[in-house]
Design a protein around this ligand. Structure first.
Ligand SMILES: C[S@@+](CC[C@H](N)C(=O)[O-])C[C@H]1O[C@@H](n2cnc3c(N)ncnc32)[C@H](O)[C@@H]1O
Length: 207
């Protein structure tokens, strides 16, 4: 597995994010569980493929694939795009790579270890995990590492657990949103890299 920009660390995730992280670590040991978990998210990722207008010609980046990289697996299978997953936890990334191999998708899905804040490979479309943090720093790096028209699909949390996740600033308005209402995952929002650059230059958080 290739080492990304930085090594292993986690930045204070909330209890639901921590539970998800450890659940995925356990589940990733059993390929049949990864397959079942992946199937569960097919509807979510299909909506995101449509939202991000992902085709087989796109280079897709998935920020925060965890140990059970269902997003990367589903995007590769259902759109034909090549996917690079970036995961900052080394152990989770190693398990994700095993899951990719178990599904025979090594040619389509690559796993890198690193913190997305520190840098990512160039991409056409990014899908950003609910647990990715710090959210605005991740988005700023993505915007710096891509063309202005690159599409960013960013997951957002349900009302009951909003305080447990690092969220998008309220002033950052998406171009479109799709809704999932699946546990902690409420929706996915679409931005362009240019939207993020503009927000970072002019936005209230920069104040
Ligand atoms: C538990 S996973 C869920 C993702 C899910 N398996 C998928 O395929 O969409 C979320 C992961 O995001 C990772 N993560 C959070 N912030 C990150 C960042 N700045 N850079 C890279 N990985 C990050 C966490 O380490 C965690 O493993």
């Amino acid at each position: 597995m290739k080492q990304g920009v930085l090594g292993r660390h986690m930045r204070g995730p909330g209890p639901v994010a921590r539970a998800t992280f450890f659940l995925e670590q356990r589940m990733a040991r059993v390929p049949v569980c990864v397959s079942a978990y992946t199937r569960l998210y097919r509807g979510v990722v299909d909506k995101e493929i449509e939202l991000g207008r992902i085709t087989e010609h796109d280079r897709v980046l998935n920020v925060g694939c965890g140990a059970a990289p269902f997003t990367g697996l589903l995007v590769a299978r259902r759109s034909g795009a090549r996917v690079v997953c970036v995961e900052r936890d080394g152990e989770a990334a190693a398990r994700a790579e095993q899951a990719v191999a178990a599904q025979r998708l090594e040619g389509a899905v690559e796993v890198l270890v690193g913190d997305a804040v520190a840098g990512v490979p160039e991409f056409d479309v990014a899908i950003v995990a609910l647990q990715a943090s710090p959210k605005l720093d991740v988005l700023r790096t993505l915007a710096e590492c891509s063309a202005p028209e690159a599409r960013l699909v960013v997951r957002d949390s349900a009302g009951w657990c909003q305080h447990m996740y690092d969220r998008l600033p309220a002033g950052l308005t998406p171009r479109a949103t799709v809704y999932h209402n699946m546990g902690a995952l409420r929706s996915s929002a679409l931005f362009t890299s240019n939207d993020i650059r503009r927000y970072c230059e002019e936005g209230p958080d920069n104040g």
